[in-house]
Design a protein around this ligand. Structure first.
Ligand SMILES: [Zn+2]
Length: 402
């Protein structure tokens, strides 16, 4: 427990301040009690706050800061809390009850560059490069249509990022947006740039201005392994004869969420012979997808329902002709089955010519910054290596043996 006493600015002369950081098991009531205040005082202070703001005082995070200002008699003059480094909420005594106020500090934004190469995991490399975890998730999300971060990463892959840090008085208080990133995966380079289009929607685009987002996600389920690929002739273990397999089977535990591959309309939902519980989604005129062997459907869906890309539509099971829990997934173009693993997925809507010009005005300076900073980082890494080589030969040998 941290307690500090001292005068608070703008408070009567004879006052003292008690500071607490929320600890495990604390509630607003235990904090008031620690300050020598009763629950009755707590309720009278709290009810002065607007209903929708009361949770700022009652939903506590570990380590959240509380300050109680008391007069010499120990009566509450003010209580304030900082749920984060940018916001302060205060209830201050007035002639009739307490007055609620909210003080928000506007952070300044600073662009930061980070460079990392992967030795074990992406997270380990990101930690080393000083990139917060939330930013790594954003990077994985930005590249998600082109790189599968669970399957495609290799030792020696390199990433470079420009992102925003939020600062208050020079102190980092949070992370802003990912502005640009480049990922060299198995020698192949991928670049993304954040861009806000004229509809004020921000998303990620490649260096040439094509959208990262596709009309379809490649894999509609988090799977353990691909248990059966697309083929035109395959031995069917249940039917005991050769039969075409016009989809892909993704083995996954029963109950794993199945996601809609793209925006569309459910044209059939229910029992469908050997497919068991199945859903067929029509995506525009050209495409349709089928999801089979589900244990159950997501609640509220029916024929005619519109679904969004990545929306959960049901759960993995083994209904119909199946020897184990898996998703059977089919992709049809103009009614004809194609291999979902190799079909060229159509892109999301491209930028208009006017937006493309604005995009390049934003992306080109960011790409130059990536290039300049990369050169600096590589020079620094080389200089560090050289200085290690000069001083200790043993270390150099150990390094090269890794
Ligand atoms: Zn199948």
């Amino acid at each position: 427990m941290t307690i500090s006493e001292g005068p608070l600015i703008l408070m009567p002369e004879h006052s003292s301040t008690l500071t607490f950081h929320v600890e495990k098991g604390d509630s607003l009531s235990t904090l008031f009690n620690k300050a020598g205040l009763s629950n009755a005082v707590m309720y009278s202070a709290l009810e002065s706050a607007p209903k929708e703001q009361q949770n700022k005082f009652t939903h506590l995070n570990l380590d959240q800061l509380f300050e109680f200002t008391l007069n010499d008699a120990g009566d509450l003059l003010a209580v304030s809390t900082k749920p984060d480094l940018l916001n302060t909420y205060t209830l201050a005594k007035q002639d009739n009850g307490y007055m609620f106020s909210h003080n928000a500090i506007k952070p300044t934004y600073k662009k930061v560059y980070a460079y990392g190469s992967i030795n074990s995991s992406l997270f380990a490399a990101a930690d080393k490069a000083g990139i917060p975890h939330a930013m790594i998730m954003e990077i994985a999300n930005a590249f998600g249509y082109d790189i599968d971060f669970a399957l495609d990463l290799r030792q020696g892959d390199v990433f470079e990022v420009i992102f925003e840090q939020k600062l208050v008085n020079g102190k980092i208080v949070g992370t802003g947006n990912l502005l640009a990133a480049r990922f060299t995966n198995r020698g192949k380079e991928f670049t993304v740039v954040r861009f806000t289009n004229s509809n004020k929607v921000a998303s990620y685009y490649r260096a040439d201005g094509t959208s990262m987002q596709r009309a379809f996600i490649r894999t509609p389920v988090d799977f353990t392994r691909i248990s059966s690929k697309f083929s035109l002739g395959r031995y069917h273990p249940v039917l005991n004869r050769i039969r075409a397999h016009k989809g892909v089977d993704y083995a996954a535990p029963t109950g794993t969420a199945i996601r809609a591959a793209g925006n569309g309309k459910i044209v059939s939902i229910g029992w469908k012979g050997g497919y068991g519980n199945a859903i067929v989604i029509q995506h525009g005129k050209t495409y349709s997808t089928l999801y089979g062997h589900m244990s159950r459907f997501a609640p509220g869906l029916k024929a005619g329902s519109y679904v969004k890309q990545s929306q959960t539509i049901g759960y993995v099971g083994m209904t119909g002709l199946a020897t184990g829990p898996h998703l059977h997934y089919e992709f049809r173009v103009n009614g004809k089955h194609v291999d979902p693993l190799s079909v060229k997925l159509p892109m999301a809507d491209p930028l208009s010519a006017k937006e493309k010009t604005r995009f390049l005005e934003i992306s080109q300076p960011l790409l130059s910054e990536l290039n300049e900073n990369k050169a600096l980082s590589l020079a620094k890494i080389q200089a560090d290596k050289d200085s290690t080589a000069d001083t200790t030969d043993e270390n150099t040998e150990a390094d090269s043996a890794e």
